[in-house]
Ligand binder design. Structure first.
Ligand SMILES: [Zn+2]
Length: 469
């Protein structure tokens, strides 16, 4: 009995021991399971590139969601030179905490800055070699590895750029035209006028000839920097100044008295058409919301529509001022809004207010294509007409709209009838002109002599080819 019991015990110890070992191994394997995954780090550039300049904008994103990054290297090779741009190691878990993973899951490397700092760039072919490994136990504990090579060309010479037009006389708030020639490697070119950029368009038979209609905005300093710029795909930029004389202009100041009758007329109407305007629970507060935020949103929207503008002139000679109209407000009037004896807001009026009689037929100022025909915030029922090369006219406060988006219109064609929709006290037309989203003084465009001297004569015979067919 005793012997049998001992035997039983002896037989029982080994399996228990083996079972324990198996259990420990199983627990260990389960705990370290994550360390055996086979997913290599991902390596991504923030953009595609075939050429890079001296100080390129380029960044690299390296990511390993599984075991975390172990080592990242970036080597720049050009001719027989090899420059290490990046050689980073990131710590992993210790032997005693083997069930954990590495902490560094991702890194973003500003390669453009490193190239500019660590390498004297020479024109010609080059390559970037990238390696990244993680803290996985695969490949004999060496980790999963990504390798990538990118071939490209260092291009350090900016496009060639020559300004051909001379004697640019510019009214503040007005427009002007520059003609220039640029080499074919330029991807973007145009006039930078203070904070605003006005792209150039091809003109004439010379494929390298461009013109840019630009504006010196009414609300930037008269001494703002004006220059032609041209950029290639590698980001190299050529800059050229041009002779100009600016005529600074002082715009009028006007006081607008707000009363409850006006607020009751305009606020609920504008709100009902503009879901983004929040009811402030009070007519004057909601009016101020409309007058500032919605006004800005409407002008932003015009800028966003501009890329749809045709890349050629759709117009012909002088623009029309509404016939027989009386001028009620001028371009860039500084308006102070007064309610119950107190100043409540200031805004600029970026167009002309013209009145004739109620529901007067409103004619297109020039040939073009209808870009918008809808209720448009502060301007009420509105028609926007594209005249090409970024020039857009606006007809606001209409009682009715008589055209559709995409419709071609001729100068003098009726596009709607005057009214008092939107922020309008009485029946009138608000007429505005925008050049690449920047409001410009229409008086120049109403003047056939100004157009001839500043635009058509500059383009010469090429003006006709700019107009296209
Ligand atoms: Zn107006």
């Amino acid at each position: 009995m005793t012997l049998a019991r001992n035997l039983n015990r002896g037989v029982g110890v080994l399996p228990v021991f083996l079972g324990l070992v198996a259990l420990i191994l199983l627990v260990g394997f389960a705990a370290s399971f994550r360390r055996w995954e086979g997913q290599a780090p991902s390596v991504r550039f923030d953009r595609e590139f075939k050429s890079l300049g001296r100080t390129p904008g380029l960044s690299l994103q390296v990511e390993d969601a599984g075991n975390g990054l172990n080592k990242v290297t970036v080597l720049l090779k050009q001719k027989d030179q090899r420059v290490s741009l990046v050689d980073e190691s990131y710590p992993g878990p210790s032997l005693f905490t083997f069930w954990r993973t590495g902490q560094q899951k991702a890194t973003t490397i500003d390669l453009g800055r490193l190239i500019a700092e660590k390498y004297k760039v020479q024109d010609g072919p080059a390559s970037l070699a990238i390696t990244a490994s993680d803290h996985s136990w695969r490949v004999f504990f060496g980790g999963n590895k990504s390798q990538q090579q990118r071939d490209f060309v260092f291009d350090i010479y900016p496009p060639r750029l020559e300004v051909l037009s001379s004697q640019h006389y510019i009214n503040q708030g007005g427009s002007e035209c520059v003609v220039y020639r640029v080499s074919p490697d330029a991807e973007v070119s145009g006039v930078q006028a203070g904070p605003n950029f006005f792209p150039g368009y091809p003109t004439g038979s010379d494929p390298n000839l461009r013109f840019s209609l630009f504006a010196l905005a009414y609300n930037i300093p008269g001494k703002s920097l004006l220059r032609v710029v041209a950029r290639d795909g590698a980001g190299n930029e050529a800059v050229a100044g041009f002779w100009n004389k600016v005529f600074p202009k002082r715009f009028r100041s006007r006081e607008i008295a707000l009363d409850d009758g006006f607020l009751q007329k305009v606020v609920p109407e504008v709100m009902s058409h503009s879901p983004n305007v929040k009811d402030q629970g009070d007519l004057i507060k909601t009016f101020l919301e409309i007058n500032s935020k919605l006004r800005k949103a409407n002008h932003d929207q015009i800028r966003e529509l501009t890329p749809k503008s045709a890349p050629r002139f759709l117009w012909d000679r002088a623009f029309l001022q509404l016939s027989n109209s009386q001028v009620e407000s001028l371009f860039a009037d500084h308006r102070t809004y007064v309610y119950q004896g107190k100043e409540v807001d200031r805004q600029d009026h970026v167009g002309f207010d013209l009145s004739v009689t109620q529901q007067y037929p409103i004619e297109a100022a020039n040939d073009g294509v209808v870009l918008l025909a809808d209720y448009f915030g502060i301007y009420g029922n509105t028609v926007l007409i594209d005249h090409g090369c970024g020039l857009i006219s606006l007809y606001g406060h209409l009682s009715s709209i008589g055209v559709q988006v995409g419709q071609q219109v001729k100068k003098k064609e009726v596009v709607g009838r005057s009214g008092a929709t939107g922020l309008a006290g009485g029946d009138h037309l608000h007429f505005g002109l925008f050049l690449h989203g920047v409001p410009v003084n229409p008086t120049e465009w109403w003047d056939g002599k100004w157009i001839k001297e500043h635009v058509l004569d500059r383009l010469g015979d090429d003006a006709l080819s700019s107009k296209g067919s």
